[in-house]
Write a protein that binds this ligand. Structure first.
Ligand code: S3P
Ligand code: PEP
Length: 409
């Protein structure tokens, strides 16, 4: 589906939204609740990624297709490897068969897993025959994706002797590893993370526990962008959020200060307020700990006619699409002066913003959602607009509530 998007006529915005649960917290919680009966989950994400995870966890044999969900692919690889008696082919979308898993597969094999590649070595689909993992120590590179580490940590307490991980290389997406360990703590599992070593103690039973998923901060990023691009005085309230979030993307409340957006933390909610126009011509951010908000920030800067220099983007090339290439192509179509390397993005302040440009989304929910706020500055077209269901199925409903014009083409 292709849509034509226009911004609200009155750009002094005031609205309140309840955002769906974090897909990262949801997919971890779902796996833990499959391992340990007695875990309840509240505010579960209604995203495609959480749905394929939930469905995958109910399976023990046959083909399990997790579509575009990186977390489901990586977390279920660990889960099925350690589930004695399971025999599955774990696969996903075409893009998923291009997203590497060798580091995780090697680590699991080192622990005793039986995994083989169905097609290309290093990539899904995987044939996994679940068995008891006999070892409890493994070393793996941590500079490609934190999801490999989280996958191992999530099954760690269910292993007879727990798990000791030795991480090599510069650890990337660290908050996601800490999120996994924090959820283990919530269910009573002991762990430690010091330097490059992570240890998780075994746990056979978990007391009845309710895991309350905080709403998704990556989804909140699109409202930060909308507020930044709207008139001074605009305010949008989002729930359910908290100040001490497990999600690294909560750094948004600091970063968007540079764009004149202040965040007020209330009881279970945040209010984003446009208090001033930005003062700097250009900003520099290292996003190694928050890679999923890179697209939002690049488009916000473009819309504000600011420059930016974004670093720490080395993981973007292996996500839903090569996000550096995709940003380069789409922002160039809009008139941007942008250059990218394999880990950085440099945008010069925009001289003009082209109208009626059709944005390609490359099966990447974040391409659609990051560019949509730009409708506050110029009308645009979004191709394959429904990609948003990967993490935020209600996205366009919420834009409509803000009086964005959305016309199906
Ligand atoms: O563990 C997680 O829930 C995630 C980790 C990150 O991936 P990488 O560690 O591959 O950067 C992030 O980009 C992804 O959206 C979700
Ligand atoms: C990278 C993402 O997801 P995943 O790796 O889980 O597919 C994302 O949602 O931005």
């Amino acid at each position: 589906m292709k849509i034509h998007l226009t911004g609200p006529k009155n750009q002094l915005l005031k609205e309140t939204f309840k955002i769906t649960g974090s897909k990262s917290e949801s997919n971890r919680s779902l796996l833990l609740s499959a391992l340990y009966p007695g875990i309840q989950i509240l505010n579960l994400s209604n995203s495609d990624d959480a749905q394929v995870m939930e469905a995958g966890l109910k399976r023990t044999e046959g083909t399990v297709d997790i579509h575009h969900a990186g977390t489901a692919m990586r977390f279920l690889t660990g889960y099925f490897s350690a589930m004695e008696g399971s025999d599955v082919i774990l696969t996903g979308s075409k893009r998923m068969t291009e997203r590497p898993v060798q580091i995780l597969v090697d680590a699991l094999k080192e622990l005793g897993a039986d995994i083989s590649y169905v097609k290309e070595e290093g990539y899904p689909p995987l044939h996994i025959k679940g068995k008891k993992l006999s070892k409890h120590k493994v070393s793996l590179p941590a500079n490609v994706s934190s999801q490999y580490i989280s996958s191992l940590l999530l099954i760690a307490p269910s292993l007879e002797n727990g798990l000791e991980l030795e991480l090599t290389g510069k650890i990337t997406s660290v908050p996601y590893i800490k999120m996994t360990l924090a959820l283990l703590t919530e269910i009573g599992v002991e762990s430690s993370f010091q330097g490059n070593s992570i240890t998780v103690k075994p746990k056979t039973e978990v007391k009845p526990t309710t895991l309350v998923v905080e709403s998704d901060w990556s989804s909140a990023s699109y409202f930060y962008s909308i507020v930044a691009l709207s008139d001074e005085g605009s305010q949008i309230t989002l729930s359910a959020y908290k100040k001490n979030s497990l999600q690294g993307d909560s750094v948004l409340h600091k970063l968007y200060g540079e764009f004149g957006v202040e965040t007020e933390f209330g009881e279970n909610q945040i209010t984003l307020k446009k208090v001033s126009e930005p003062t700097k011509a250009t900003v520099s951010f290292d996003l190694a700990n928050a890679p999923d908000i890179a697209q939002t920030i690049a488009v916000t800067c473009f819309g504000l006619r600011m420059g930016c220099y974004l670093t720490g983007l080395h993981t973007l090339k292996i996500k839903e699409t090569d996000r550096l290439d995709a940003l380069h192509t789409e922002l160039t179509k809009l008139g941007a002066d942008i250059s990218v390397s394999d880990k950085t993005l440099t945008l010069k302040p925009a001289k003009n913003i082209n109208s009626e440009i059709a944005i390609d989304t490359y099966n990447d929910h974040r391409m659609a959602m990051a560019f949509a706020p730009l409708a506050l500055k110029t009308s645009l077209i979004i191709n394959e607009a429904m990609v948003v269901t990967k993490s935020y199925p209600d996205f366009y409903e919420d834009l409509k509530a803000l009086q964005f014009g959305i016309k199906e083409l």
